[in-house]
Design a protein around this ligand. Structure first.
Ligand code: FES
Length: 364
């Protein structure tokens, strides 16, 4: 996933203390994946390691400078798996004129210090033990790779990957996939589609490939036309929508690194309308007063909880949590799909309380 926002920058990354709620990481290694894609291996500060707990398929938000002295924020999916013991790694592919991706690929080197936000996102399997079919195109393979490695290492199901690229040289993680296929011949099946040989993947081609795996849960990430074509193929195979997960690329307009605003003191909150929310986060449950009209994320941050977020506009899913009890209302949602809502996911940055007692978890 990738998305962007811009504000003024007082200095280069790493020169000032990190903004509130941001975390500082050091780039341990830059890996040239292809001609136009690189991976950053990131080392958190020792005291912050627990705040980087993540699920396969999630993303990090990075703060990067722009040439005019501003900041731009980009969300990049983690290619690493939380189940293999490997360090945190995000993979970045250059986009034409892309400030963040070109700065990262040209200027970042081992030792560069970056400010990031906690991992977030809902593009993650509910179970690693069920069979999966993964569809990726180009750098869309990044979160898919994380899911694939977690499923093979920590799960028991079989995994099929349908991976589309322009040509052989643009295949990211080619060697790693070959090695994984060699190590898991009975569980991993990889199909490469190269535009240089077969043309753009069409719906009939994808339908024919997906037909064999139509009973599996599907994950789809890549350029919008690719995701639409895969979606059409899966619909024609009658794969239920709740078993199809897509990672959408969004453009953000706010500044996720700006200091969070205090909760909106809603006029109707005379103290009697406030709800109570029980929040499970990082293995601990806390109870917090939730003023009427206030957004859940603001309430939690004001209470000193380390709740994850990125865009704060309902567009990225970094703040997603699951409602276990009670009801909330979302003001805006651009990113959660029907199946996410059915599983009880809501966006903390957009949620207000609708019942006096609410329980949510960020840990599932
Ligand atoms: S922080 Fe992005 S949707 Fe809430």
């Amino acid at each position: 996933m990738t998305s962007a926002v811009t504000t003024r920058a007082p200095s280069q990354p790493g020169e000032q203390p990190p903004p509130a709620h941001a975390l500082r990481v050091t780039v341990a290694e830059v890996v040239a994946e292809t001609e136009d894609a690189c991976s950053l291996v990131l080392q958190p500060e020792p005291a912050d390691v627990h705040r980087f707990a993540y699920r396969p398929g999630q993303f990090l938000t990075l703060r990067v400078p722009t040439p005019d002295g501003g900041w731009t924020a980009r969300c990049y999916s983690l290619a690493s798996s939380p189940d293999t013991g490997e360090p945190l790694k995000v993979t970045v592919k250059r986009t034409a004129g892309g400030l963040g991706s070109n700065w990262i690929c040209d200027e970042v080197s081992p030792g560069t210090r970056l400010d990031v936000l906690r991992p977030g996102g809902t593009f993650t399997p509910p179970s690693l033990d069920e069979d999966l079919v993964l569809f990726a195109a180009g750098s869309g393979v990044t979160p898919v790779m994380s899911i694939l490695k977690s499923a093979l290492r920590a799960g028991t199901g079989r995994v099929a990957l349908v991976y589309a690229n322009r040509d052989e040289r643009s295949v990211i993680f080619g060697d790693e996939l070959r090695e994984l296929a060699r190590d898991h011949p009975d569980r991993l099946h990889v199909v490469h589609l190269l535009e240089s040989l077969q043309g753009l993947p069409s719906e009939p081609v994808l339908r024919a490939l997906a037909g064999e795996f139509a009973a599996r849960r599907a994950f789809v990430c890549g350029p919008e036309p690719f995701m639409e074509t895969v979606g059409a193929a899966l619909r024609s195979l009658r794969v239920p929508p709740e078993r199809v997960h897509v990672e959408r690329y969004t453009s953000l307009t706010g500044d996720p690194f700006a200091a969070p605003e205090p909760p909106d003191p809603d006029e109707s909150d005379d103290g009697q309308d406030a709800a109570t929310v029980h929040v499970t986060l990082d293995g601990e449950t806390r109870t917090v007063r939730w003023p009427a009209g206030a957004r859940l994320l603001d309430v939690l941050l004001a209470a000193g909880l380390d709740a994850p977020f990125s865009c704060r506009e309902g567009a990225c899913s970094a703040c997603a949590c699951r409602v276990l009890e009670g009801e909330v209302e979302m003001a805006h949602n651009e990113v959660l799909e029907r199946e996410d809502l059915e599983e009880g996911y809501v966006l903390g940055c957009q949620s207000t309380a609708r019942t006096p007692e609410v329980a949510v978890t960020y840990d599932e």
